[in-house]
Design a protein around this ligand. Sequence first.
Ligand SMILES: *Cc1c(COP(=O)(O)O)cnc(C)c1O
Length: 397
Amino acid sequence: MELNQMPDQNGYFGEYGGQVIPPELKTIMDDINDAYDDVSASESFQQELQDLYAHYVGRPSPVFYARRLSEQFGGARIFLKREDLNHTGAHKINHCLGEALLARHMGKTKVLAETGAGQHGVALATACALVGIECEIHMGVIDIAKEHPNVTKMKILGCKLVEVTRGTQTLKDAVDSAFEAYLEDPVNFFYAIGSVVGPHPFPKIVRDFQSIVGREARQQFLDREGKLPDIVTACVGGGSNAIGMFTAFLPDEAVDLVGVEPAGRGLDTPDHAATLTLGTKGAIHGFTCYNLQDDAGVPLPVYSIASGLDYPGVGPQHCYLKDIGRVRYETMDDTGCLDAFMTLSRLEGIIPALESAHAVAYAMQQASRMSPEQSILVNLSGRGDKDADFVAEKLSL
Ligand SMILES: *Cc1c(COP(=O)(O)O)cnc(C)c1O
């Protein structure tokens, strides 16, 4: 099967993906798949989405040559795809807008989701306010206390925030709580998944909405340099910004595609979220992928300094791309991430999200081993306003 025609009819990328869900939900997922096929072929839907990308999100986001950062290492030139400049400050708005429009197209009355650090919640609440559809976000009370600015934004944007007090009071139980609320009326509700994860067709839908990033970046880079970059890299949590960037480059065999996972406090400690690097095959949240799990298949607690990266599963397409060797997956620890966060801020005046700083750190490390004729394109998935206070405290600035 051609890489860019994946997944197959049943939602499989090789042996990963699919639908690990009860039969009654299969019908609902099939309806979503049919509706998605519908809107994919609908000129008016695509036109509305493209208009919003241009005039609401601010697309195309620029590709920026980071001159001072590159000169610091004296090797390959480093370029940044500026998804941090999007409205709401990250790539997530690309798929949240698509999902909100799809929900409205299907006549759904409410969009539901969970959120951990609040990034998905804010992007979704934004898209729902714009599209004019009710929005309900479930969030653990511990996360609510930690992520105050995002909680406030969600309230201002008019979504219903459900405080989850059970179990871990964090992301894991927020998922269960949101999913239960969804199951009360899956015919009229739409569960908006926050990355290229979950049951088929979500890994496909979210990838397609994000693939604008790589299509733009590839053309922008060609126009500017007359050739393609040697390395294209992005951080990997669930994998949406990475697959969004990689998709347009998959047929370009000379381009080295590298996903960067969080090594946290070290791969030899339990405190990391390097799912593709150290995980094993299993099921989570309705699909099959590499997992960080114990011997009984229970997801392990995972950790990263970047809360957007700490997920114990990963998108099924990434699992497949790893197995066939088309994408390499490397890791970066908290220390490297913090160093890149400060270096990019001080040399370019760009404060990156801690998530994105993992990919910047990898680019910095590789650049010095490469020649000035070579180039690295980094997907700068988001901006670091949300992380500024945390980093300042951590580094005693
Ligand atoms: C959520 C988030 C990520 C991680 O999610 P992916 O699905 O792996 O892209 C990365 N960067 C930023 C800025 C985020 O908000």
